[in-house]
Design a protein around this ligand. Structure first.
Ligand code: ADP
Ligand code: ZN
Length: 733
């Protein structure tokens, strides 16, 4: 709900949160013109001027002469109180300093830059005897498409496919006029009646039910659980429409920025305008524009990566988290927040709704729906004439393949058949590079990273070795680093590049595309590739988990999962859950159009519960069984975990801190928290630093954060030692 902010008159003392790395608020005097709570300001800080947020009134006891005055109020709407609450609660939940969260919220480089103006062109009055040529009428048409928003001459010329001189001529005749406008323009107004999708009966029912919820006041969370291809997007686009009709803003989070292209098109098709975008692929000037317009309510639909959660919405009505189970929603450095969970928090503080959409919800979300905390709506059929793929197991124990082959004869035959029918096939293997391990045949040593405790992975396309932990690369050596033998390396096991090599030999006529994140220099080039594939420009796609994330390849009918057992081997808490999700999503790429698709799982463990659940379509049973196991072990979502990672130049220093903390473990145990460790992390060394882990576990009833703060208080870390707190860890490596 939009609220009027408290106002501080000239000279009143206010607390300001700055982005400087000092974990406290500072007192300043309100400037001559006064300031609102929530204002974004510049303040003197030592010798510098820095960005800050007016947090509230100050009661700090401090000598009056020492208090400096706020330098300038930046031209943004003051942040809403719910957003300030959100910053505070994210910091509290993730045990992070407030400034670190404010930094997430102000990631615009030239936030403080003065407003820049530019000349824009608008439609004027067409004079009576004006000669209308096709070029001139294209110019007027292009302006009509902008719904009253002006355009710079160069852009208008491009849109109308005319030369700038045509436009200049129209200006001098009064047909068009120009006006100086701020460079940061509002986003075009959404037209919710622009083009309605015809909904299936199931979709219409779910839209009806969700709309009823949207009409109610206050917060609620919705799980939209629909099989792959059921048309979840069409459903939540209607929810967005409703929210916009109610005068509020909508935010859609996507797990992968390569998906934004496709999604933007769908928004445009439905609402006539493109949404504002917020992710690492947009320019700094666009960032500034989004930030400003979101605050004024002049960006009605925003799509973005997890960081879009920290935009200063004027009046947020709905957050959609698409593919909510996706593990990329967890931020892996800095403030370690989970965007799905923080989306629910943000929506609850703003009195907004949240829709979590997935074919394979996380166990956390599934359980919240089961408990009735979230309302669950299901779509059980694919949209239109498309049906769910058939899933078949290929029992690899019966296939006698050579040690450098991974495509079974049955799968090979099915792929050939698809290509003969002018259809596409997909080979899925969740391993980047050529081979997961490279050994020296003379001494048997694997090539490892110089800085990490991991193997270097050969990337043959780039002719380099790469460490998937720290990103270090080096040319493929000719001599073994251990025994100096020359040209005697053996690749062990397959990566996507090696699989592509086999496919090239097996299907010499076919065109093959490898999709792996390391092969694309930018999100743009990946987007282009995805588009080209969906137009049918390749016969066989070979890819890593990148392709599992909701791309539509309409002509794809055969999916071969080369090693579905891969993810089941780890001891990770979520190994089964993640594998289940991945296999269901990858299989779900098949048969998205009217041709029926089939997914083949080449497994050595056909009786494994995950493989059985996938092949028999027993998703609900899988979740029930998985939930039971977690509940017995009091693991999330039935218990809480917090990971502690200590890293230092050598293992003694890291362990010393660990032992120091374990001596204070009574603080934890008396609050009902069990401490495991310190122990060497599974990957003991990354980027040259030794890593020691501790794990804290408690029941749901315990709020661990305040106890952890107490436990860690008074711990003075040397500059070269780092301690990271990971609430609700997703990775235990
Ligand atoms: P999901 O996200 O549930 O896997 P999508 O939303 O991608 O499914 O929909 C699958 C396909 O069906 C897409 O090509 C989409 O354009 C189409 N589709 C779904 N619902 C509709 C609808 N109501 N009208 C037209 N096309 C639809
Ligand atoms: Zn490394």
């Amino acid at each position: 709900m939009r609220q009027d902010q408290e106002f501080f008159v000239y000279g009143s003392l206010v607390e300001v949160l700055t982005t400087q790395p000092i974990d406290r608020l500072f007192t300043y005097r309100a400037p001559r013109e006064g300031c609102f709570k929530g204002a974004i300001v510049l303040v003197p800080f030592g010798q510098r001027i820095v960005v800050g947020l007016v947090w509230g009134s100050s009661t700090e006891k401090i000598e009056l002469e020492k208090i400096k005055t706020i330098d300038r109020i930046l031209d943004f709407q003051p942040l809403q109180p719910e957003f300030q609450d959100f910053i505070w609660k994210v910091a509290d939940y993730t045990v992070s300093p407030l400034y670190a969260v404010l930094r997430l919220a102000t990631r615009v480089r030239d936030l403080a830059a003065q407003e820049v103006y530019k000349k824009l062109i608008y439609k004027g009055k067409v004079p009576n005897q004006f000669k209308m040529t096709p070029a001139r009428s294209r110019v007027l048409g292009a302006l009509d498409n902008l719904n009253g928003i002006g355009a710079p001459i160069s852009e208008l010329a491009k849109l109308a496919k005319v030369s700038p001189s045509v436009i200049s001529g129209m200006i001098s005749s009064g047909c068009l006029f120009t006006k100086m406008e701020p460079k940061d323009l509002p986003y075009a107004k959404v037209n919710t009646a622009y083009s309605l999708n015809e909904l299936s009966e199931d979709q219409a029912q779910v839209v009806f039910d969700i709309n009823n919820l949207l009409d109610q006041q206050g917060h609620s969370s919705i799980l939209l659980c629909g099989v792959t291809g059921s048309g979840k997007t069409a459903v939540y686009l209607e929810a967005i429409s409703k929210v916009i009709d109610n005068g509020k803003q909508a935010l859609v989070l996507l797990p992968e920025i390569a998906l934004t292209g496709d999604f933007t098109k769908r928004i445009k098709a439905r609402f006539g305008v493109s949404p504002a975008e917020w992710h690492s692929g947009i320019s700094q000037s666009e960032r500034r524009r989004v930030w400003k317009m979101v605050g004024r309510g002049q960006a009605q639909i925003v799509i973005g990566a997890r960081s879009a959660l920290f935009l200063p919405f004027e009046e947020l009505g709905l957050i959609v988290v698409d593919e909510e189970h996706d593990s990329s929603y967890k931020q892996q450095d800095g403030v370690l927040y989970h965007a799905r969970d923080m989306a629910v928090l943000r929506a609850s503080l703003a009195g907004a709704k949240v829709i979590l959409a997935s074919a394979t919800p996380s166990l956390e979300t599934w359980n919240n729906a089961k408990l009735g905390k979230y309302k669950r709506f299901n779509l059980t059929k694919r949209y239109g004439s498309s049906v769910l793929p058939d899933i078949q197991v290929i029992d690899m124990r019966n296939e006698k393949l050579r040690s450098d082959q991974w495509i079974s004869p049955i799968l090979k035959y099915k792929i050939e058949e698809a290509i003969d029918n002018n259809e596409q096939a997909l080979l899925f293997l969740n391993r980047r590079g050529y081979a997961p391990v490279t050994l020296c045949r003379s001494c048997g040593q694997r090539i490892g990273c110089d800085f990490c405790d991991t193997a270097m992975i050969e990337h043959r396309f780039q002719k380099r070795l790469m460490c998937h932990q720290c990103g270090e690369t080096k040319p493929m050596p000719r001599t073994c680093p251990s025994c100096q033998a020359i040209d005697n390396f053996a690749p062990i096991g397959p990566g996507v590049e090696r699989l592509a090599e086999e496919a090239t030999k097996s299907f010499p006529e076919a065109s093959i595309t490898v999709l792996s994140s390391d092969l694309y220099s930018s999100a743009r080039s990946l987007k282009d590739e995805l588009e080209s594939i969906s137009r049918g420009n390749t016969d066989i796609i070979i890819g890593t988990q990148l392709i599992a994330k909701g791309h539509n390849f309409p002509n794809l009918t055969v999916v071969g999962v080369v090693d579905p057992d891969l993810g089941l081997q780890g001891s990770d808490l979520r190994a089964a859950e993640r594998t289940f999700q991945l296999l269901r999503q990858v299989s779900g790429r098949a048969g998205r159009n009217d041709k029926r698709g089939t997914a083949y799982l080449q497994t050595y463990q056909p009786q494994h519960p995950v493989i059985e659940a996938i092949t028999n379509g027993q998703d609900e049973q899988f979740w029930i069984a998985e939930a039971k196991g977690r509940e017995l072990a009091e693991m999330p979502p039935f218990g809480r975990l917090v990971g502690i990672l200590i890293s230092a130049q050598n293992s003694e220093d890291a362990f010393e801190i660990g032992y120091k903390l374990s001596k204070k473990a009574t603080i934890l145990s008396s609050a009902g928290i069990t401490l495991y460790g310190p122990a060497p992390a599974p990957i003991t060394r990354v980027r040259g630093r030794y890593r020691v882990r501790m794990l804290l576990k408690a029941s749901k009833a315990v709020s661990m954060q305040s106890v952890i703060k107490l436990w860690l208080s008074g711990l003075n870390l040397r500059k070269d030692i780092r301690l990271v707190i990971d609430v609700d860890p997703q990775s235990f490596l």
